[in-house]
Design a protein around this ligand. Structure first.
Ligand code: GLC
Length: 423
């Protein structure tokens, strides 16, 4: 990987030990997730930073679900809590929690220019750089290469083909004695993860993106209804009823135990699925999520996480230094190789060791760069309400409580109430 000169200089500045003459050692607390290998990496890299700088670091464990994490952070912000200095920020949050984050521009010295511009733009609100990109995400379809081969099935191009393939493999594997085998697992619990999955379905059927860039509510349309009807038809047929309560980790558990043919998940599932303790090591294929019928398109929701400094931190300088280290190419590279977390620095997608560990970073590069954002920019601070209304409306359809048409009509009414005159 070649780094530009300015980047090297900035990195050097960021990595320079802070504890020069007279400086005080600070203790910085950082929130660490616990999905997959999140905590392990958080521990390792923060310790490296502490060693380099002479500061100390404390880890603060947060829940798995982004919905629960946001609720927790909002409580802490309301209390102006100084308990957390560095926090993880989901790509859909900058507009929501902007008042509680420090502007990182004085600390970043332009390093952000090496990251994907769209993510930097997403993280910049009113000219302030509120978060440094840490890793990016896009929804992917993971599948069992060995089983597709066994049943003579080609990688499916449409959701219809996927359902037929899933059905065939499920029938075959159950007949062969695995009564628990599932055709397809995904995220259908009522939380932000369902919003991500359903945005993919609807977009793949050309049904738009809930609210368009102009802020208009577009979700009540026949293509969106078709997408939700299609997803509802999977429940209890190719997907277990239990999927209505699955987040990422539940889906991964079933797939990684060898009990599903297809899984929708984020890139992190690749590294774990190929880990030493995985039952399906070496048997996993990755492809774009299918199109919504022949006229549809492949659509992956844009996800990803940033790191920010809380405005209430008592050690903003040390906290910002930790953010710069954690988002640096060294750390992003190690996380990519050992954890299949997608870097936010384009140069790392040309790095051989990164590509050897994650061949799909290269072959599916377009999926990552053209992923569909959730309507967080258009709806600003109201995004969490929009998303909650959307995932609830979707969950009602999936669980058979409402028809797709009725649920989308009701959702449109609800979103109008949330919007009132403006977002
Ligand atoms: C992943 C994505 C994040 C998304 C979440 C939903 O963590 O990176 O953007 O909100 O999944 O569960």
């Amino acid at each position: 990987m070649k780094l530009s000169f300015s980047y090297k200089a900035a990195l050097l500045a960021a990595a320079t030990p802070l504890l020069m003459a007279g400086a005080q050692a600070a203790t910085v607390t950082i929130s660490c997730g616990s999905v997959g290998q999140d905590f392990e990496f958080c521990k390792k890299h923060t310790e490296e930073w502490a060693k380099k700088t002479g500061h100390q670091v404390k880890l603060f464990t947060i829940p798995n679900s982004t919905t629960d994490i946001l609720a927790l952070f909002r409580q802490m912000f309301a209390a102006k809590s100084t308990d957390l200095d560095v926090i993880n920020v989901d790509v859909v949050w900058p507009g929501v929690i902007k008042d509680h984050l420090l502007d990182l521009k004085p600390y970043s010295k332009g390093i952000e220019k090496e990251h994907f511009p769209a993510i930097v733009a997403n993280n910049t609100v009113d000219g302030k750089l509120l978060a440094m990109p840490w890793f990016t995400d896009a929804g992917l379809m993971f599948y069992r290469k060995d089983l597709l081969e066994k049943y003579g099935i080609k990688a499916p191009q449409t959701w219809e083909d996927m359902a037929a393939a899933a059905r065939k493999i499920q029938d075959g594997e159950r007949a062969a004695g695995n009564a628990d085998f599932q055709g397809f697992v995904f995220q259908a619990k009522a939380y932000e993860g369902l919003t991500c999955d359903a945005v993919e379905w609807i977009s793949s059927y050309n049904g738009g993106n809930i609210v368009n860039d102009k802020g208009e509510i577009t979700v009540n349309n026949p293509n969106a209804a078709k997408a939700l009807r299609t997803a509802a038809s999977w429940i209890g047929s190719i997907a277990p009823q239990g999927v209505l309560n699955y987040a990422e980790e539940e889906a991964r558990g079933v797939f990684q135990n060898g009990n599903a043919a297809f899984m929708r998940n984020w890139p992190y599932a690749w590294s774990l699925g190929n880990g030493a303790d995985s039952k399906i090591k070496g048997k996993i294929g990755v492809m774009p999520l299918p199109k919504g019928g022949e006229d549809g398109k492949n659509a992956a929701t844009l996800g990803g996480w940033q790191l920010s400094v809380s405005k209430y931190s008592k050690n903003p300088e040390a906290a910002a230094s930790l953010v710069m280290y954690m988002t640096s190419p060294e750390v992003q590279k190690e996380r990519a190789i050992k954890g299949s977390y997608n870097p936010t620095i384009a140069a790392l997608y040309k790095d051989k060791t990164v590509l050897d560990a994650n061949p799909f970073f290269g072959s599916l590069y377009d999926v990552f760069t053209s992923a569909v954002p959730r309507p967080a920019t258009a709806t600003g601070a109201k995004y969490p309400e929009v998303s909650a209304a959307f995932w609830n409306a979707t969950h009602d359809v999936l669980s058979g409580k409402a028809s797709a048409e009725d649920s989308l009509k009701k959702l449109e009414g609800k979103l109008k109430q949330v919007k009132r005159n403006q977002w």
